[in-house]
Write a protein that binds this ligand. Structure first.
Ligand SMILES: *Cc1c(COP(=O)(O)O)cnc(C)c1O
Length: 430
């Protein structure tokens, strides 16, 4: 052999971005618990502040531990660069910020994490931005929703809470034809099950709080750039293509090429919005990612087993898992998510809202928690919690109807999870 073949996912999840610490040789990435970095001299400081030289200035912008995490996630997602931040919701704002302006809109799927629906339908209005929600299975509706003020299209790969799978290539083509980037929230699939960039997405966002960290310890977020979107093809993205007044007239796209979005995220986004990840969180997330493939394989195996058992149970009305043959999304899941349809799905309990509340209270192994992507199995009744702010119509559109509970299947012994559900269903539907 004269040339090493490209590394596989399992190798990259452990090694990408990391190298022995240049100061000490430490093999594991140290936690650089520092806010500032000593400049070599005044010229070095000036070059860093002018973005003429890449280096560490201040931990609101850059930190060596976080830099390793950024490189690792960018590599696993097949992007050119990534910017980590304090939470998944921060990542969504960081992704939209360079694209949007007062009067501009994002066209978003109706099937989103409840908090994202609230962020997009309520909070971003304060910036003068708006969101138009459409069913992303209705491609004509997606096309019709895009207008001259649209600056991004947004969806989740495997959508929360129902576990529906999005046809990313089809949506990417629509966004492309309209000259706007497709942003995919890949939190619930992770780069192990889905690579949105390979399927045509321009940007990927993550809540690293979930599967990437994997054990419910820290919050974090990440924006990954494919490097493929041409920000200068139209006058729609002046923050990237035109002189940026918040950076003494620097033109990000002209200066940084395919890294424009990443540099903008650090030099403007983190600098001025300040939604910075801390190095401790980056450490926990780096630890988690080392075992991502192993955990996801087990998450998916367990989810398939639990979903099949639930579907056959007479106390259950329906199960939404796309890995089930009965799911209308099964063919799409097999084609686009061949390693599995994730570990997040909902099921409807006969007995409605009251039975759901009783079920949640009767489970012992499943924790009633507003989180997902943990090693532990989790359950939530979305209608009375995460999707509570929505009308019943919006709840149903989001897949969080009052008679539905959401499961995030962990990596425990599958038979134990089934026994826990069995006993609790008996109590809930008595
Ligand atoms: C949790 C979650 C978010 C928000 O992430 P935080 O880290 O909680 O801010 C966004 N999208 C999806 C799909 C999520 O599951």
């Amino acid at each position: 052999m004269t040339e090493r073949p490209a590394f596989g996912f399992e190798t990259l999840q452990i090694h990408a971005g990391a190298r022995p610490d240049p100061a000490t040789g430490a093999r594991q990435t140290p936690i650089y618990q520092t806010t500032g970095y000593v400049f070599r001299d005044a010229d070095h400081a000036a070059a860093l502040f002018n973005l003429q030289e890449v280096g560490f200035i201040y931990s609101r912008l850059t930190n060596p531990t976080i830099a390793v995490l950024q490189e690792r996630i960018a590599t696993l997602e097949g992007g050119v660069g990534a910017v980590c931040c304090s939470s998944g919701h921060a990542a969504q704002l960081m992704a939209l910020f360079p694209l949007m302006a007062p009067g501009r809109n994002v066209v978003a799927s109706t099937r989103l994490y409840g908090g994202t629906l609230t962020q997009f339908s309520q909070t971003i209005k304060r910036f003068g931005w708006s969101a138009t929600f459409v069913d992303f299975d209705d491609t004509d509706a997606v096309k019709a929703a895009i207008n001259d003020d649209t600056r991004a299209v947004f969806c989740e790969s495997i959508s929360n809470p129902g576990g529906y799978v999005t046809d990313i290539p089809v949506i990417a083509e629509i966004a492309d034809a309209a000259g706007v980037p497709l942003i995919v929230d890949n939190t619930t699939a992770t780069p192990y099950l889905c690579n949105p960039i390979a399927q045509g997405a321009s940007l990927v966002v993550h809540s690293t709080t979930k599967y990437l960290t994997g054990n419910g310890t820290v919050t974090g977020g990440c924006v990954v750039d494919s490097g493929k979107f041409n920000w200068s093809a139209s006058d729609k993205f002046p923050s990237l293509s035109q002189p940026e007044p918040a950076y003494h007239g620097l033109k990000f796209h002209e200066t940084f090429g395919e890294l424009a979005f990443t540099f903008h995220g650090i030099a403007i986004g983190l600098r001025d919005l300040g939604m910075t990840m801390n190095p401790q969180a980056a450490h926990y997330t780096l630890m988690g990612i080392e075992t991502l493939s192993l955990r996801m394989q087990r998450h998916v195996e367990n989810a398939q087993e639990v979903a099949q058992w639930l579907e056959a149970d007479p106390r259950v009305e329906y199960v939404t898992y796309a890995g089930l043959e009965s799911s209308p999304y099964n063919a799409r899941a097999k084609a686009l998510y061949p390693k599995g349809a994730g570990a997040l799905f909902t099921f409807a309990v006969k007995g409605g809202y009251d039975a759901c509340v009783k079920l949640v209270d009767s489970l012992e192994l499943f924790s009633h928690v507003a989180n997902l992507g943990d090693t532990r199995s989790l359950i939530i009744h979305s209608a009375s919690t995460t999707h509570r702010q929505l009308s019943e119509e919006q709840q149903i559109a989001a897949g969080a109807a009052p008679n539905v509970v959401r499961l995030s299947i962990g990596i425990e012994t599958a038979a134990d999870l089934i026994a826990d559900l069995d006993l609790a269903l008996t109590t809930a539907t008595a």
